[in-house]
Design a protein around this ligand. Sequence first.
Ligand SMILES: Nc1ncnc2c1ncn2[C@@H]1O[C@H](COP(=O)(O)OP(=O)(O)OP(=O)(O)O)[C@@H](O)[C@H]1O
Length: 320
Amino acid sequence: MTSPANGEPVIAVRGLTKVFGERRVVDDFDITVPRGAIYGFLGPNGSGKTTTIRMLCGLLTPDGGEGECLGFDIRKEAERIKEQVGYMTQKFSLYEDLSIRENLDFIARMYRIADRRTRVEQALEDLGLADRASQLAGTLSGGWKQRLALAACLIHDPKLLLLDEPTAGVDPKARRDFWDEIRRLSAQGVTVLVSTHYMDEAVQCDFIAYIAYGKKLIDGPSAEIPEQVGLETWRVEGPDLAALEDRLRTEPGIEQVARFGSVLHVSGTDKAALEATVERLAAEGTHRWRRQVAGLEEAFIYLMAGARDNFARDKPQGAG
Ligand SMILES: Nc1ncnc2c1ncn2[C@@H]1O[C@H](COP(=O)(O)OP(=O)(O)OP(=O)(O)O)[C@@H](O)[C@H]1O
């Protein structure tokens, strides 16, 4: 069976393009995903993340572009790709009137898994679902539904997981548990591509691509994203931060004020303008100012703040 060797990327596509009507919803998109990586897709609603994911796994035929996923041609060998991909969609798509075990058994039958019963019991154990195996899927909370959905898309041992906003609407504790599971899978060599709107998920990714209006605006290892965004950041602490926060938002050179506990992180892309403002405010002597290395958190807040729902209007505005 063809499969990418260790050093080869699991996904390598170039110029991926999809047009719906007159809209180019994915535009000349390149992406390379190394084996075992957790790769995050960030971007506003409607920026083309789902469409890209669907083209990568052979569910949608691109109008332009080429490449391989899991060593198979995304245009000509879509069926082979689907066999080895676990795809978790935004919408819960399992049977609500079947139990957890019955749902997994059904999926295992669809994949014609030889040792079906053992595999289902194993999946129940691995995902911590064994105690609830008889519970109807429709009666599960959001976090448990999502765990079941993950178990279902892992049942055939996929090499690549495509997760489309897997934790939307799930509470932070369930989200952390989910991510522990993703890390465990990644450590076993499963490659994960995940789209998200959440900062706490973005910071878990090894690589990030930021997408707006179907175009990839930024991508790279997570640690390099802040530099690419080009934010200069200062931290400030002292009395009455709420009032200071309001004031800072009107000062020149300050594009973002984010609160982290008892400090504010103040950022901008115009270094000189920001420094002039900081110097002036620091001279007042009421607050302590210190230069701060911009992290992924600041970069993420900056990117998402600039983003609006794509295609909500005809003309692009404020992308990224
Ligand atoms: N089958 C389709 N026919 C026509 N337009 C479509 C189709 N599928 C998606 N679109 C449009 O393409 C654009 C990109 O949608 P897509 O779902 O890929 O974005 P997304 O980044 O995943 O958004 P979200 O974060 O909201 O899921 C949207 O404007 C959407 O309405």
